[in-house]
Each structure stands twice: as C-alpha cells, then as structure tokens.
Design a protein around this ligand. Structure first.
Ligand code: GLN
Length: 192
C-alpha cells in the first residue's frame, strides 16, 4: 500500500522508514494534490502550533477535514487529529477526544515506557517527548488502546489512530504496521 507522511515539519524520515520496514511504500507529502496518490496518511510529531500553521498555509486543513483518508497521528499529530484541545480550538476534529498538551510535567519532559497496546502488542518500547495525553474520550466509538498510569496514550476511532508517543524512534515498527494492515486495509476493503 502507499502511505503518506505529512512532510511540513517534524519526524518525517523516521516514519517513512517504518512504512518501508512494514513492507509498504512511503511517500513524503508536501502538496495537497499528492493526497490523491495515497491509501493512508501519517501526521508526525513535532510542534503542533507550527504544524497547524503550515497546514493552514498549504491548504491541508481544508483538504483533510473533508477527506475520509485513514490517518495516524503521533504526538503533535495526535493533537492535530483531536476534537478538543485543552485551552485551544480543536483542529481536524477526527478523533472524538480531548487532549492536553505537554501534560507529563516539566520534570519529566521525555521518558520511555514499555506499553501494552490492545490488539497490537504487549511490549512496545514507547518514547515520549513533551508529549500530550488524552484527557477524555468523548464518545463510545473511541477505543482506548493504552494508558500510562491513569493517562490515556493511545486510541482508535474508525479510520483514525492516535498515540501520544513516537513509535518511529525505535526499530519496532509494529504500531505503523498495525495502522497500515488493519486500519488502512479495512477501510480499503470497505470502499471497494
Ligand atoms: N509538545 C508538542 C506540542 O504540543 C508535541 C511534542 C511532540 O510532537 N514530540 O505540539
């Protein structure tokens, strides 16, 4: 399958590598017209205010709000997908959740944790960098896949997957492979 990585800002190369390791074709997406070529899109981590500004500038907000393309958001990408952001207006509003930015506190800016992610694996090494968490799930359609303590860090709703961490920074590509071979594949099947 052909999977795009939104290439305006953030950890693009690492996601392309995980797509290739999963046995699929990765494409860096810089223009809205390229969305036609792909089966699914990854919104990478980075800085979500900058990311949203660039998405506005290049027309991605409008294109993606009106699209059914399966999407996977990591860290800043999760913030971009959320219906609500604490203290800010939600952006693409694809995942019916409320996220809080930078919510693991200053003392623990970055950390690693081994996660049990429902339906994917029980031992995913997850890297959190100034990570958001999912404060609230606002609909029964949202499935909670993983938590760290009492904080939700991975969810799925229909064609959308969102995680607080950076799966692309380790050699373990099972989360990306799950997005492609379950979420993207199933949406493709449903649209034939
Ligand atoms: N703290 C960043 C934000 O709020 C996200 C960090 C990341 O993507 N690693 O946009």
């Amino acid at each position: 399958m052909k999977i795009g990585v939104l290439a305006l800002q953030g950890a693009v190369r690492e996601h392309l590598r995980h797509i290739e390791l999963s046995g699929h074709e990765g494409i860096a997406i810089k223009r809205v017209e390229q969305l036609e070529e792909i089966d699914g899109l990854i919104l990478p981590g980075g800085e979500s205010t900058t990311l949203r500004r660039l998405m506005n500038l290049y027309g991605f907000k409008e294109a993606l709000v009106n699209s059914d393309l399966p999407m996977f958001g990591t860290c800043a990408g999760l913030i971009v997908l959320a219906q609500d952001i604490v203290g800010e207006e939600g952006y693409l509003k694809k995942l019916d959740i409320t996220v809080e930015r930078n919510s693991f506190g200053r003392q623990v800016d970055s950390f690693e944790s081994e996660l049990d992610i429902k339906g994917i694996a029980e031992d995913i090494e997850a890297v959190f960098i100034r990570a958001p968490h999912i404060e609230k799930v606002n609909s029964d359609n949202v499935e909670v896949l993983s938590t760290v303590g009492d904080k939700i860090v991975a969810v799925k709703e229909g064609n959308y997957l969102g995680v607080s961490f950076h799966p692309e920074l380790t050699d373990d590509y099972r989360v990306t492979q799950y997005f492609i071979e379950h979420i993207v594949a199933e949406s493709k099947k449903a649209n034939v």
